[in-house]
Design a protein around this ligand. Structure first.
Ligand SMILES: [Zn+2]
Length: 641
């Protein structure tokens, strides 16, 4: 009997072993589109890492002897399902996993990679792959590129029956990443060849690689744009087009002149309009009407004001700031300009509705027209994009938004510059940024567009901010604490120490920067960081945090985690040297910093062209930059007048 049992066990094990050739295979039907091709590749890459074996992509399951079969794309199981925009969906049914989603290729590029990297395309099937990896196999993407993939090796997959779906509630969701654009880094302004030391100049190949790694990271975090209206300064070409024949359509300056001659900045594309002028309003409406007749479904009209400063001082425009009732105040520069623009947008939406009942207007609420109107009530169908000041605290923002809501605001989008604050120092602003996002999410948030164009790409420090915010955008109900802990968990045994490290800088940020916002805040916070570095950091900060990291490093054996902690240690040392250089402004201290950068360029991995451009423009880091001294004085005068 025993003999028979052993024989049976042996035989069944033998059968079991021969039944499956591999743990998993991916079935991608012939003629699948590029989104699905890329989805299959991404699934393959991650399964190979996790299972440490080769995973085959085949076109049919006929000859597949793998245990688990992953089916990419449409399947009869999905026949009666109507997908929402960008929706992702997967079903685990015993050993079969079906992955599918709302895909739409508007711009097809040469390769699957380029096609999914284009944010205009919808990539629901790819999101289904990421949702599966995240939910079922605990994969986390803490930074761009393969080195940012956190996973746990498994011998076998152990999957339970399940049906999962997700779709975004925010119709456009992304972080900008102009930092890795070759044309930008080498253009006249950033001028890599002029400012960046030779040893730190990246090659075009490297920059292109980084650009795609960032774009794919964004997809891994399910960023996309299923309905993104065109916005951005709307009247930048008006001076060139109308300036000659209609100077009266442009802002009246303090010198009594209009348009270019009346503005202090003398930049045509930044000119303000004389928005109380009825003929100007008519011309804007005519232009929109023509475009509406030309393009189908053109329903959202861009009325974003050309940036800040140099507002019209004519009697009619000024009266709008005061609802025609009071005398204009003496301090034109500091008073809110919101009422005049709410009046302007109301006029435009009323007229636009006459030719298109579906019309909506999109505009920025920025700088002097950011705070709620006092007299005007906002009409329906005006979407406002907020560019909050870094120093608008979440509680202040919340109050202002409630007032806006009482004045009729319903739909908003968010266009913060907060990530541009990076100067290579630990920021500690992850909770601050999360809290501000949550405040806006209380209204109908249609989009988030976070600028990172003047950022240093400091993933060691800011990765935590990007990660937490990206997860919150996908699922606004998740708490900060929950996502934060998820991030720390990727440091395995050192999790608690890493938590301590980030919390140390967060406390420093809250104590030293938030508490002093009135004094040091404003849009110029980046410049202020350079200017008043000792107000925000001291040498002891780096000694304490280094000790925390050294302790963390001793706890881990895992190669990937070790590498991550080592990068943090090097970033921390770099910040210490940067702090000393900015503080002392001597050639010697600056040279020390440059040597350190060259020796550790691989681990630091910053966007050097942006670093050196910024340091040359905004600070006198080596004590020799007379140009910066001049520019800073000029800017200070301009902003204070
Ligand atoms: Zn005017």
């Amino acid at each position: 009997m025993l003999h028979k049992l052993i024989l049976f066990l042996f035989f069944s094990t033998y059968l079991f072993a021969t039944q499956y050739s591999t743990e998993a295979a991916i079935i991608l039907p012939k003629n699948s589109d590029k989104v699905k091709q890329f989805a299959a590749k991404e699934l393959q890459k991650h399964l190979e890492l996790i299972l440490n074996q080769n995973i085959l992509i085949t076109t049919s399951d006929v000859n597949t002897t793998s245990k688990y079969k992953f089916y990419i794309g449409k399947n009869k199981l999905f026949d009666n399902i109507k997908l929402k925009s960008e929706e992702s969906l997967y079903i685990i049914d015993k050993n079969s996993i079906y992955l599918y989603g709302d895909d739409l290729i508007i711009h097809e590029h040469k390769t699957p990679l380029e096609t999914v990297a284009d944010m205009k395309n919808k990539t629901g099937t790819l999101f289904a792959v990421y949702d599966f990896l995240y939910n079922e196999l605990n994969v986390r993407w803490t930074e761009p590129g393969d080195k940012g993939i956190f996973y746990i090796e498994q011998k076998n997959l152990d999957l339970k029956n399940k049906k999962f779906s997700w779709y975004p509630t925010i119709s456009f969701r992304y972080f900008r990443n102009d930092i890795w654009r070759w044309n930008k880094l080498t253009n006249k302004k950033i001028n890599m060849y002029k400012y960046t030391p030779k040893e730190l100049q990246p090659t075009q190949q490297y920059v292109d690689k980084k650009e795609f790694e960032e774009l794919i990271w964004k997809r891994r975090m399910k960023q996309g744009t299923y309905a993104k209206p065109a916005y951005g300064h709307a009247f930048t070409r008006y001076w060139d087009k109308y300036g000659k024949n209609h100077p009266e359509w442009f802002a009246l300056g303090v010198n009594g002149l209009r348009g270019l001659e009346g503005s202090k900045s003398h930049i045509a594309k930044r000119l303000k309009l004389c928005i109380s002028n009825n003929d100007l309003q008519k011309e804007i409406i005519n232009t929109w009407h023509k475009d509406f007749l030309k393009y189908k479904n053109y329903n959202i009209y861009n009325a974003c004001i050309n940036d800040s400063r140099d507002y019209c001082r004519c009697k009619e425009c000024r009266a709008l700031d005061h609802d025609f009732k009071k005398n204009p105040s003496k301090n034109f520069e500091t008073e809110s300009k919101t009422d005049r623009y709410v009046y302007f947008w109301n006029q435009l939406i009323t007229e636009a509705k006459k030719f298109n009942p579906k019309a909506k207007i999109i505009a920025y609420a920025y700088n002097d027209y950011r705070y709620p109107p006092k007299y005007q009530q906002l009409k329906n169908d005006i979407i406002l994009g907020f560019v909050p000041k870094f120093t608008d605290l979440p509680q202040m923002t919340k109050k202002a938004l409630q007032q806006w809501k009482a004045k009729g605001l319903k739909e908003v989008f968010l266009r913060p510059n907060d990530f541009n604050d990076d100067i290579g120092m630990p920021m500690g602003h992850e909770k601050y940024i999360y809290d501000k996002f949550k405040v806006f999410n209380d209204l109908h948030l249609v989009g988030v567009d976070y600028d990172r164009n003047y950022n240093f790409n400091n993933w060691a420090y800011d990765g935590i901010s990007y990660y937490i915010l990206a997860q919150a955008i996908n699922n606004p109900n998740r708490t900060f604490k929950e996502i934060e802990q998820e991030y720390y968990s990727t440091f395995k045994n050192a999790q608690k120490d890493i938590e301590k490290f980030y919390k140390y800088w967060r406390t420093n940020f809250e104590k030293n920067r938030l508490a002093k916002v009135e004094k040091f805040g404003g849009f110029r916070s980046k410049r202020n960081l350079y200017k008043s570095i000792e107000q925000f950091y001291n040498i002891n900060n780096f000694i304490v945090t280094n000790q925390i990291l050294q302790k963390a490093l001793r706890k881990v054996k895992d190669k990937t985690v070790k590498r991550k902690i080592e990068e943090l240690i090097i970033s921390n040392k770099h910040s210490e040297l940067l702090f000393i250089a900015i503080k002392n402004k001597t050639k010697q201290d600056y040279d020390n910093l440059i040597h350190y950068r060259i020796n550790h360029k691989k681990e630091l991995n910053l966007s050097w062209a942006m670093v050196f451009y910024t340091e040359n423009r905004l600070t006198n880091i080596d004590g020799t930059n007379i140009y910066v001294k001049k520019v800073m004085r000029k800017l200070d005068n301009l902003l204070n007048n």
